[in-house]
Ligand binder design. Structure first.
Ligand code: CA2
Length: 149
């Protein structure tokens, strides 16, 4: 059994489905978990899905993922645009990381156009709602299969 793919979610994503459905859609974070899990299983992977409103906790989980996960998917929420600590944590791992966003951050306010963490990621997927997570897991699963045969 391969190590799981860690799927980490940042601040306020626990509110999904309850507020701002015009931007983030109707799906709840539980729906995101279920759809991402189902997609990963198709490729023979399990996921470890978490959400935190605390920057330090996310850093701790990235460090944990380095030892316990085969890959990382991260929606760092607003920390995407502010956090050198999360960038450094991802840079310190040797597992592939994909940055995801529900919304198309480039269609939104200027301050959302810059991501600190993209530089540490193998790819970035945004604008497809929950599907962004499914696409990330799919891309990682295919990449891991290609690397490990
Ligand atoms: O589009 C994304 O996935 C974001 O990472 C979401 C973040 C935002 O700061 C990024 O710029 C783009 C915000 C997550 C907040 O989620 C909410 C969900 C429902 C209601 C209120 C906030």
């Amino acid at each position: 059994m391969p190590k799981p793919i860690y799927v980490l979610n940042g601040p306020n994503l626990n509110l999904l489905g309850q507020r701002e459905p015009d931007i983030y859609g109707q799906a709840t974070l539980d729906d995101v978990r279920e759809r991402t899990q189902a997609r990963a299983r198709r490729y023979g992977f399990e996921i470890e899905f978490r959400q935190s409103n605390t920057e330090g906790e996310i850093v701790d989980w990235i460090q944990e993922a380095c030892a316990k996960a085969c890959a990382l998917v991260i929606n760092a929420g607003a920390y995407t645009h502010t956090s050198v600590a999360i960038l450094d944590a991802i840079l310190a791992t040797d597992i592939p990381c994909v940055e995801v966003h529900l919304s198309n951050i480039f269609q939104r306010e200027e301050f959302r156009h810059h991501s600190y963490i993209s530089a540490a990621c193998v790819g970035v997927i945004c604008g497809f709602g929950v599907k962004s997570y499914e696409l990330a897991v799919e891309a990682l699963a295919e990449r891991l299969d290609a690397v490990e045969g």
